[in-house]
Design a binder for this molecule. Structure first.
Ligand code: NAD
Length: 315
C-alpha cells in the first residue's frame, strides 16, 4: 500500500465528496472529483470554492490559500480518468450496498493493488462491500462528519478482509490531514457516533410525537444542557463525573436509569402518524421558520469554527 499519498480521487461529489475535496485541496493534495454528470460536477466545484473561501474568511486558511487550493481541483465524469494515478480514493456515492459495490468493483478493476479504496459510508459494513473486490485487503471505511472540511472526526474500520496496513495508512493519512481519526476494533452498523445519534434521535422523535415537548423545546433542552458539555465531555466521562466515579455512578443511578431505559422508545421505523407530527413540529421551529437551510448551515459552520478555537484538552 502507498505510504506517500499525493494524489486523491473523490468519487461522488455530493455533500460529502465536496467536503473531502475541500479538505484535501486545502491541505495541499491534488484532487480529482468524479460524478455522473457535468452539471453535478459544476455545482460541486462551485461549492468547494465557497467552502475554501469560508475557510479563509474564518481563519481556517491563510490569506490567498483558498485560491491556491482551488487550483488543485479537477473534475471528470470518467471514473477511469478520475482514478488514474490516484494514491488514495475516497468514495462518497449514495449509502446503499448496490451503489457501493458497483463503484468498488469498478475502482478495484481500474487501479493498481497498492491504491487504497476508502468509503465514506455512514454505517454500512466494509465486509459486505469488499466481497466484489479482487484486492479486498486495500478496502476500508473512513467515515467523516458534516461539514467534512471543519469537523475533525473520521471513524476508521476495516472489513473481515482488510489488511491492518490499510487501516494504519488511512489512519495516518487522516491524522496528517488534521483530522481526529478513531479506529474501531470491529465492524458494527453505524460505527460509533451514528449509533449514538440514532439513539438520541429516536428518543427526540418519540418525545415530540408523543406530546412530551415540542421540537423547539427538545432542541433547546439539548443545546442548553448536555450539548454544552458535548464538545469536550463524552457520555462515558459524563457518567464518571455524575457520581463519585463510574462505580459509584453505576451503583447509585442503577434504578433511575432502569426506569428510563424501560420506558424508552424501541421502534425501528418512524410511523406515518409520528412522521406527520414530527415534520409539523420541525417546520414550526422558529429558526426553521425564519431562515433558509443555507443560512442555518452557514451559521452552524461559523459556530463550529468558534468552538474549534477552544483548547479542549484537560490540562
Ligand atoms: N450527508 C451526511 O451527513 C453524511 C455524513 C457522513 C457520511 N455520509 C456518507 O457519504 C456518502 C455520500 O453521502 P452524501 O450526503 O454526499 O450524498 P449525496 O446524495 O449528497 O451525494 C452522492 C453523490 O454521488 C453521486 N453518484 C451516485 N452514483 C454514482 C456513481 N456510480 N459514480 C459516481 N458518483 C455517483 C450522485 O450523483 C451524488 O452527487 C454516503 O455513503 C453517506 O452515507 C453522509
Amino acid at each position: 500500500m502507498k505510504n506517500n499519498i499525493k494524489k486523491v480521487a473523490c468519487i461522488g461529489s455530493g455533500l460529502i465528496g465536496q467536503g473531502w475535496a475541500t479538505l484535501f485541496a486545502a491541505k495541499g493534495y491534488e484532487i480529482i472529483m468524479q460524478d455522473l454528470s457535468e452539471d453535478i460536477l459544476k455545482s460541486a466545484v462551485e461549492q468547494v470554492a465557497l467552502n475554501l473561501n469560508f475557510m479563509e474568511d474564518n481563519g481556517r486558511l491563510q490569506l490567498g490559500e483558498a485560491a491556491t487550493a482551488y487550483k488543485r481541483i479537477r473534475a471528470t465524469t470518467d471514473l477511469a480518468e478520475a482514478v488514474k494515478g490516484a494514491d488514495y480514493i475516497q468514495e462518497s456515492v449514495p449509502d446503499d450496498y448496490p451503489s457501493k459495490r458497483k463503484v468498488f468493483k469498478e475502482m478495484d478493476a481500474l487501479v493498481p493493488c497498492d491504491t487504497i479504496l476508502a468509503s465514506s459510508s455512514s454505517g454500512l459494513l466494509m465486509s459486505e462491500i469488499q466481497k466484489v473486490a479482487t484486492r479486498p485487503e486495500r478496502c476500508v471505511m473512513a467515515h467523516p462528519f458534516l461539514p467534512v472540511h471543519l469537523l475533525p472526526l473520521v471513524e476508521i474500520v476495516g472489513g473481515e478482509q482488510t489488511a491492518s496496513e490499510t487501516v494504519d495508512l488511512t489512519y495516518n493519512l487522516m491524522a496528517k490531514l488534521g483530522k481526529t481519526p478513531v479506529r474501531l476494533k470491529k465492524e458494527v452498523s453505524g460505527y460509533i457516533v451514528n449509533r449514538l445519534q440514532a439513539a438520541i434521535l429516536r428518543e427526540a422523535v418519540d418525545l415530540v410525537a408523543s406530546g412530551v415537548a415540542s421540537a423547539e423545546e427538545v432542541d433547546r433542552a439539548f443545546c442548553s444542557g448536555m450539548g454544552l458539555r458535548d464538545p469536550f465531555i463524552g457520555p462515558i466521562l459524563r457518567a464518571h463525573l455524575a457520581g463519585n466515579g463510574i462505580e459509584d455512578f453505576l451503583e447509585n443511578y442503577a434504578d433511575s436509569y432502569r426506569l428510563r431505559w424501560e420506558s424508552m422508545a424501541t421502534w425501528h421505523t418512524v410511523s406515518p402518524s409520528m412522521r406527520e407530527i414530527f415534520v409539523k413540529n420541525v417546520n414550526e421551529m422558529s429558526i426553521v421558520r425564519k431562515h433558509s437551510l443555507e443560512k442555518i448551515k452557514n451559521w452552524r459552520d461559523k459556530m463550529l469554527v468558534e468552538i474549534l478555537k477552544l483548547d479542549r484538552s484537560c490540562r
